[in-house]
Structure formats: C-alpha cells, structure tokens
Design a protein around this ligand. Structure first.
Ligand code: AHR
Length: 862
C-alpha cells in the first residue's frame, strides 16, 4: 500500500554504495537450512567464486511458507529459485512429505514476495524435488518433480505460462530433469540448493535487508528493563508545549471501540449470563479435537446418586439443530440431575434466578420437576416445583430466589415421579441481567465494558468469524431465533459455543451501550491456520456454493436494516425488534491469507454488497501483521477495488509501538481508511502492565494524530475468564464473582471517555532532545465539538518526571477547571488505577507528568 520506503532506501543505498573494489556480480545460493522443524524458509548465501559461501543472516528467512496451520505446517523443503525472462524471481517448494500440492511465490527483489499459491498436481503421494525449465519456443515452463507413493517413485510434469493455471499432470522421464541442485558448504554445514548469478547491487540489497531487519528486531526488543542504565543520568525533563489550532483537522469520533470475540470463555461462562454449562447436551469430543475424553454430551452434568445413570438420546429432539438430550430412567424418585455450572454457579443472596427446561416423558404418564440450587455441601438454598408435563416436549419455567451468597452452587433437577424423562435446554439465568434483557448479559461485566464508552463493537471474531476450516465458518443466521433452534458449534479456541449470545443479543447490546455494530463475516475462506478438514485456507468455499454464501451476507444486512415486512426483517421483528438496527459497517474477512482463492471470493461478496447496499461501509482485511505479503497484497486489492476501509492487525512488543509512532503519518490519505481492528503490546510472559499500557497509550497519541485516516481501533482480545484463557494479555479478566479490569483497560477507558472530533497539533520542546527521550514523551490534543471541551493527553514513558509548561493561549481557557486523570506506576504494575482530581488551569499552566504515566486533562472551554 505505501510506497515501500525501505525498498527504496535499500536500493538507493545499494546503488550509491557500490565501491570500486566490489564485483559487478556474484553468485547467490538459495536453500533452506531446515531448522525449526523445516520452517526456516528460504535462506541465501553469496559467493564471488562459487567456492566460498557467505550466509546472509545467517539463516535469515527471506521467504516463509504460509501453507497450513501453525505448529504442524508452514514448512519449506527444497526451494527451487529461478528468474524469468522479465526479471521476475520465482520460488517453488515442497510443502510436506505427503501433500499433493507444491507452493509458488514470486518476487522482483527476493525480499518482498507476492502472494503464494498451492496448486494440487497429483492425486496421491508427494511433490518432491521440484524443478522448473523454460521452453523459449513455446514460452512455457515445465515443472517436474519426484513423486513417492506407497514405496514407488515416479517423475511427473506439468506446464504453465503464468503459474496460475497448469496443464494436466503427465508422467515424465529422467531426461526431463535438469538436476540443477548443488551441494555447498555454508557456515560449515552442507546445504543443497540452487545457484543463480545476481548483480552485486542486488546482493548488497539482500544484505542490507537483513541488516535492517536485525535493527528492526532490536527496536522491537527495546523495553523498560533497559531504562535504569539508559536513563541513569536523566533528571526531570522540561517541556514547553504549545498548541497550533490554526492547523486543526477533523478526525474520526469513532476511534475507540471494542472487539468482542468468544475467546477465553468470553461468551458462554462469561458475558452471556447463562449459568448452566452444556445446557443443550451438545458438547462433543470433536469440540476439543478428541483431546479431552470428558468433553462429551454429559460434560458438567452428573447424577446425585452414584448408583443411577442417565443416557444421551437423539431420537425426536426438540429441534434438529439441537440433537442431543438427557434421558433419566427413574425407578425411585429422588435422583437429581446435577449441573456444576461453569466452575460453579455464583449466587447472590436475595437475587432471583430464572429456570427453564424442555421436558417430556418417554414412558410413564405425567411428571413434574423439583428444581433446587444447592451449595457445595449439598445444602438446599432454594427450591421450586415446575408445572406438570407428559409425552410431548414442553417448556417449563420457574423462578428461584437465592437465600445465600455462594460461588459454588449447583443446580439440581429432580423428576418427581418414576418413568423415563427426557430433558433438554436446562437453563438458569439471573433475573438481573444487563438492562434486564431476557437471555441477556452478565450485568457487572457488561457495565465495565459500557464504561469504556466504546463507539462500536466488532463481533464475533477474529478467528471465530472465519473458523477452523470450512465447516467451522461462523454463520450469523445460525445464531438468531429461538435458542433451541440455534446451531451450537465447536469454538476455534478449543471449546464449545452455544450461540446463545448470538447476533440478536450482540445487536441489542450495541443498542444498549449506544455503539455501532461492526459484524465480521468470513470472506469465503476459513482461517489461514485452519487444521480441521484440510490445510489452512483449504481452497475456500467451493465456487458452486459461493452464490448462496454471498446471499447469506446480504441477508444479514436485510435482517439488520430491512423493513419488518422483508423476509429477514420479519425474523428480527419477531425476535422483538421491529425497528431496524441501522447497521452501517460490515467486515469481510479476518486477517486472511491473501491469495487468488481469497481475492475471487472477497470480490464477489464486496461487489454484491456494494451493488445492493451502497450505503454500507465494507471493511476489508490486510493480513495479520503490519508488514509482509498479506499486508501488501491486501492493501493492493483494497486499493484496486476501492474498499472504503481495511482492518489492520498487529500484536507487537512495546518497543515496536515506541519506535513506530510515525507509522500512520506516512499513509496515503486518498486510499482506504484504516480500522486498526486488533492490536496490543506484548511482553515476554504476556502481562498487561503499566509498561504495555503506556506503550499503547503512547501509540494512541500517534493514532489520534492520524485519526483522519485511522478511523476506528480496538484492543484485542477484550475478555478473559481467569483459569480459562487461551490468549494473554486481555483487557478485562473476570471470574464468576468479580470483574478485574487491567491497566490497559484504563488506557482504553480514558481514550473512550475523552474522544474528540478535531485534532489540534502541538509543538513540544524538550530540554533533552535525545531520541530515547523524545520517543517516550507524547502529547495529543483534541477538541470535542459536542461539549466544546479541550482534551490534552500526555504520556511519559520515562523513569523521570517531565515538567511541562502548557500554553493554550490560542484557546479561551482562562481560569477554567479541568478534570485530571492520571494512570501511573512501576512498569511491572498490574494493579495501577487512574486517580481523578479537579485542577485549575489557565491559558498558560504548569503540569508535571509523573514518571511512567498517562495523564488526561479535560478542560472546559468557555
Ligand atoms: O485476538 C485474538 C486473535 O488474534 C483473533 O481471533 C485473530 O484475529 C488474531 O489472530
């Protein structure tokens, strides 16, 4: 997307730095050293004499395989590198020992690589030792490879002229092979690879690329543990700050949002207030890929009597989407079916709890249920009886009032008569949900989220949106309608999702907290790291099914915005929301691998939405990193299609955020807007502490400065249940009783509560202008036109105070009161909270930024 400044810089250096004693050209040996379980990618060594080889790096990865899932794939064997007649480099490699595909990628300079493709060329066996020959006459490349299949070895070939379409594979002979691979010694190790000749400028650019990458790594590794030494002589830094309102610019007033993904038990057992775990008996071994033998339809359920047993049945369920139910064969009434909740059921004395169940008798006449909540010693805290039921599924409801506060209650369901009883969708909700919604959200957790004043909510992922394989793609329409008819699913984060917190609940939550919904739908491809049902992107949704998928995307917009007389608008109205939700944004794709497979599907969806709903802002995707192939290709595609906004993701160490504050200053304002959809500062051990939080606060001052192009941001992930995390750090931790916002949360909250809609540049003069100091002091001044308030945000990531003289005389702020919020602490503090006070400010006033702090001064502007 950007002019590649680094490439330009390297080429410039390479051009001007050719010294008189350097060769015009030399040899480059391309190979893979095979380290890290064959994920070492493409490595280079150079030589002037083809004898003595010098590794560039060493073992520096110029190209990595993107095929398949992390951990088990992403391998490269036997890369074959050649340059075509147009000067374009092509690399082909073997993906694995037993895959019928090979990989191809192209590059103009050997360090910026275009999208990869993985053509399937044989029916069985592997694709090993791939080689390419060019037939000048036919302008055609012949690709040959060795195929091992069940102990027999054959040679096959295919031809192509564009590395996109290939002729049918044919058997070849030894005569078709070039045998170009050579064996040389690199850093004392014997390596096998291919030798090409390059100009010295090109080789020098490779060397510089590696040097630049190492420098970049050093910057990334920069952290506060170096501060004691680095700043040992640093005393209070003086700062003079003055604002330049004449250069103000309009910025997005949507900058701070939240990204809710069902990761870390964020939904079931988390924000979704349901207290019964596995209410529908739909847990399956496959939810956890068979790694947990207790993860079955009976998970979280037991019987009070060890002698008794219950079965799971699937004949005549309540709904076809909810196949499993429990069957209790009661000889002597008194046996209870017991649910342990999500690590216990938390009850508060005096609060009401709403129970519901679907029940029917499979034999025996009538029955009814006693429902009890018991503490961990089995003492009954409250109980109630349901109405009677007989041979057909019947929904029964009852209310209980807790007589005691406890963290570890259990729910008991006790049939009162003998006979075979079928039970399903056994549910218990606190009456007190957020805004008292039925099937609602946990009030305390939702409130902490609402307190951030997020302007929008991205949902449902993240990886949950595109799923672990084609079968696991999140289909929004499976998550609306009656709970018993929703389609529960394996959660990509290795557990189960009931879809109880589905699209309806999500949109309602947005409305309740005055935030815009930003749903994300898969771009017709699953997660690029998928490991279920194939490798990685898996060719995407078959083209013959894409029309239906495109329609599904369009249906969401009709469901959200359509009149109640439309097909989907009617379904929304029947669920209790006759008025449209007024959806404005839709995300298509999540940090996907940008391939031809992706482009074809994304373009179909994008064009259809643009044509039918031009008022909707489509948000595209540009990969999982701030750089690299997916980022570059994603931006190119977005620019080509004029996608209004793209979603960028990067999880980086604090050093990256400190050293890249100019990242968006370089962005081309005429291209797509940016939604920074996932970011967080990551330190080793993954804490959420003052160091990570302040580096985020620091970076956000730069984002605010660029909020004419970066219009939305969300920290990720949002929620994590203590003891059930798959990802750290997160913004808000919780258990069944308490909510524990992190220091990073307070940064988001301070930004969310102090947003503006115009940015006022400021001039900062520091008494110490060294780079290390300069990069750790940041300011952002915004104005909120609704209140007319001026908001000054100041970040100090230094171990010393910054004594600032702030000159706001360009505004009329004479003798105002201001609200000052200060978040500060030692870099490793995880418990710091902002202090709030009222201070007096004048046109010119002094304010001292504490060491390691984030201060927000909100000034009433009369
Ligand atoms: O935020 C956690 C995960 O990080 C998201 O699901 C995914 O998009 C990213 O890789």
């Amino acid at each position: 997307m950007k002019i590649n400044i680094i490439t330009f810089f390297l080429l410039f250096l390479a051009t001007v730095s050719l010294r008189a004693n350097e060769p015009d050209s030399a040899y480059v040996f391309s190979y893979t050293c095979g380290n890290n379980n064959n994920t070492a990618g493409l490595n280079f060594a150079w030589s002037v004499d083809r004898e003595n080889w010098h590794a560039i790096g060493p073992e520096f990865r110029f190209l990595a395989s993107d095929f398949g899932s992390w951990g088990s794939q992403k391998k490269m064997f036997n890369p074959f590198l050649f340059q075509d007649n147009n000067g374009l480099w092509h690399c082909l490699w073997t993906l694995n020992d037993d895959i019928q595909q090979f990989a191809h990628a192209a590059s103009t300079d050997l360090y910026n690589w275009k999208r990869q493709s993985y053509p399937e060329v044989v029916e069985a066996g592997n694709v090993a030792n791939i080689e390419v020959a060019f037939d000048e006459q036919n302008k055609e490349y012949t690709i040959t490879w060795m195929n091992e299949n069940n102990g027999s070895e054959k040679i096959f070939k295919t031809t192509t002229n564009d590395f996109k379409t290939y002729s049918a594979t044919e058997e070849a002979t030894k005569a078709d092979r070039l045998n170009l691979r050579e064996t040389v010694l690199v850093d004392g190790e014997v390596q096998t690879g291919v030798i090409n000749k390059l100009s010295w400028n090109e080789i020098d650019a490779l060397i510089k690329w590696n040097e630049w990458s190492r420098f970049h790594e050093q910057q990334r590794a920069d952290n506060t543990s170096l501060d004691a030494e680095r700043f040992k002589n640093l005393k209070t830094v003086d700062a003079e700050i003055s604002v330049l309102p004449e250069n103000s610019k309009t910025i997005s007033d949507m900058l701070i949002g939240i990204f809710f993904e069902d990761i870390n038990y964020a939904a079931d057992g988390g924000l979704y207030a349901e207290l019964v775990q596995n209410r529908g008996f739909e847990y399956q071994l496959s939810d956890r890929k068979g790694s947990d033998m207790t993860w079955t339809a009976k998970k979280a359920w037991s019987l009070s009597d060890d002698e008794a047993s219950f079965a799971i049945d699937t004949v005549a369920p309540i709904h076809k989407n909810n196949k499993h139910f429990a069957v209790l064969d009661i000889e002597k009434p008194g046996v209870a079916l017991v649910n342990e909740g999500f690590n216990g059921i938390s009850l508060k004395q005096g609060e009401k709890y709403n129970f519901s169940v679907f029940a029917k008798m499979l034999n025996g006449a009538k029955n009814n249920l006693r429902v009890a909540l018991v503490d961990e010693n089995g003492e009954v805290l409250t109980e109630v009886k349901t109405k009677a039921f007989s041979g057909n599924w019947k929904k029964l409801e009852a209310q209980l009032t807790a007589t005691k506060t406890t963290a570890k209650a259990k729910l008991q369901v006790i049939p009162q008569e003998a006979g075979k009883v079928a039970l399903d969708m056994i549910s218990l909700f606190p009456e007190n949900t957020f805004k008292n919604r039925k099937n609602g959200l946990r009030a305390d957790l939702a409130q902490v989220i609402a307190d951030m004043k997020p302007r929008f909510v991205r949902f449902p992922g993240g990886c949950v949106a595109h799923g672990d394989g084609l079968e696991n793609i999140y289909h929004w329409n499976n998550t609306v309608g009656p709970l018993e008819a929703r389609v529960p699913q394996r959660n990509i984060w290795n557990y189960h999702q009931t879809a109880g917190l589905g699209y309806y609940e999500y949109f309602q939550f947005c409305e309740d907290i005055d935030a815009e919904p930003v749903p994300v739908l898969a771009a017709g491809v699953p997660c690029q790291n998928s490991s279920c049902g194939g490798h990685g992107q898996q060719g995407g949704i078959p083209m013959c099914e894409m029309d239906a998928y495109v329609q599904e995307v369009l249906d969401l917009i009709e469901w959200a915005n359509g009149d109640k007389n439309t097909k989907w608008g009617k379904i929304r109205a029947e669920a209790g929301h006759p008025e449209p939700f007024n959806l404005k944004y839709i995300g298509i794709g999540n940090e996907d691998l940008i391939t031809d497979v992706f482009e074809e599907r994304f373009t179909m969806i994008y064009n259809a939405v643009r044509e039918q709903y031009p008022e909707i802002t489509v948000i595209g995707t540009v990969g999982p990193f701030y750089t690299g192939t997916d980022y570059e290709e994603g931006w190119e595609l977005a620019t080509k299609l004029e996608v209004p906004m793209v979603d960028e993701h990067y999880y980086q160490p604090p050093g990256w955020f400190i050293h890249n504050q100019d990242y968006y200053d370089r962005y081309d304002r005429s291209k797509s807007k940016v939604y920074l959809g996932e970011y967080a500062a990551h330190l080793p051990g993954r804490p959420n502490n003052i160091e990570t939080a302040l580096s985020e606060a620091l970076y956000l001052t730069a984002v605010e400065r660029n909020a004419d192009v970066v219009t939305m941001t969300t920290y990720a992930p949002l929620l994590a249940k203590e003891g059930f995390t798959q990802w750290n750090p997160d913004l808000i931790y919780f258990n069944n009783e308490e909510v524990h916002p992190t220091v990073g949360y307070y940064v988001q909250k301070l930004y969310g509560n102090n947003a503006g809609d115009s940015y006022i540049p400021s001039e900062v003069k520091l008494s110490d202008n060294s780079e290390a100091v300069r990069k750790r002091v940041a300011i952002s001044v915004v104005k909120d036109s609704k209140t007319n308030d001026i908001i000054v945000k100041l970040v100090n990531l230094l171990p010393a105070e910054v004594a600032a003289k702030i000159d706001l005389s360009a505004f009329e702020v004479s003798d105002s009161e201001a609200v000052l919020s200060v978040l500060k602490g030692n870099p490793d503090s995880k418990t710091a909270k902002p202090d709030e006070s009222i201070i007096s400010v004048a046109e010119k006033f002094d304010y001292t930024l504490p060491a390691y702090s984030f201060s927000v001064i909100r000034i009433k502007n009369q």
